[in-house]
Design a protein around this ligand. Structure first.
Ligand SMILES: C[S@@+](CC[C@H](N)C(=O)[O-])C[C@H]1O[C@@H](n2cnc3c(N)ncnc32)[C@H](O)[C@@H]1O
Length: 253
């Protein structure tokens, strides 16, 4: 990222930069740890309720988050952590070797084109990474074709690498009425369920279990969205860094 693209505090001037690998490489070269949304302690109970120690887990867009390491400490030891940024992957690899977490594998991977065989993982998990695909989405009720294409690709890839009864866990800021048309699109055989966590603002812990719906059911994305929800002012008081706050993701109008 060029200097003129960055504000004094290091955050990007344009949210579209969150889609640029150079932004993330640059950032991870300078930053040791940043936890998007909330740290593991806030949703640990939901992980333990949905992931078994024997599961093969793929984390996409791990960044420099501790989530995979905390899962490992909880006995979920078959984890492959991936990110588009080689800098993040290298740094996380070094960290886990230093901590002797030998079972954790690291790999550079684009979640829109995953370098894994079909039906490889029991669990695919992400935190704040799908949300990145929605930056620059314009009107969240009617996202741009670019957003639709990106999200569709990611979900298709995730669905492909999951075992027949595998689960996709998406820890996200985006609200269910915006996510449903994507998550429940034709061709995807999971149904969307979710829990919430957090204090004044609730984040979403989406659970999509493959093989729970006929793949011909569901809308073609995007749906003409009809349900509207009331605007929640608490959304304005969330995390400090926030492409989400800058983007239209959390807006309900
Ligand atoms: C908002 S950060 C979240 C990082 C981490 N999951 C966390 O909870 O702190 C988004 C991450 O997604 C990664 N990313 C962006 N586009 C990606 C893609 N197409 N495939 C894989 N990772 C991607 C970025 O490099 C960054 O690490």
């Amino acid at each position: 990222m060029a200097e003129h693209d960055r504000k004094d505090d290091g955050l990007p001037l344009h949210t579209a930069l969150y889609l640029e690998p150079t932004y993330w490489n640059d950032r991870f070269a300078r930053e040791d740890h940043y936890e998007w949304f909330k740290d593991y302690t806030h949703f640990r109970h939901l992980i333990l309720a949905n992931v078994k120690p024997t599961d093969q887990v793929l984390e996409v867009g791990c960044g420099n988050s501790q989530m995979g390491i905390e899962m490992y400490k909880d006995g979920i030891t078959q984890i492959t952590r991936t990110d588009l940024s080689p800098v993040a992957v290298k740094r996380m690899e070094e960290k886990s070797v230093a901590l002797a977490y030998k079972g954790i594998r690291h790999q550079v991977a684009d979640m829109l084109d995953l370098p894994f065989e079909d039906e490889t993982f029991d669990v695919v998990i992400e935190k704040g990474t799908v949300d990145v695909l929605f930056v620059d989405s314009g009107d969240p009720w009617n996202p741009s074709q670019d957003v639709v294409n990106r999200v569709e690709k990611m979900l298709k890839e995730t669905h492909r690498v999951l075992t027949p009864n595998g689960i996709f866990i998406s820890i996200a800021f985006g609200q269910p009425h915006f996510r449903r048309p994507f998550f429940e699109a034709k061709g995807l055989t999971w149904t969307m369920k979710w829990d919430t966590f957090g204090d004044s603002f609730h984040y979403f812990f989406y659970k999509l279990r493959k093989g729970t719906k006929d793949d011909n059911q569901g809308p073609n994305v995007p749906l003409p969205l009809q349900e509207k929800v009331t605007f929640d002012l608490e959304h304005e008081f969330m995390d400090d860094e926030d492409f989400l706050r800058q983007s239209s993701l959390g807006d309900n109008e």
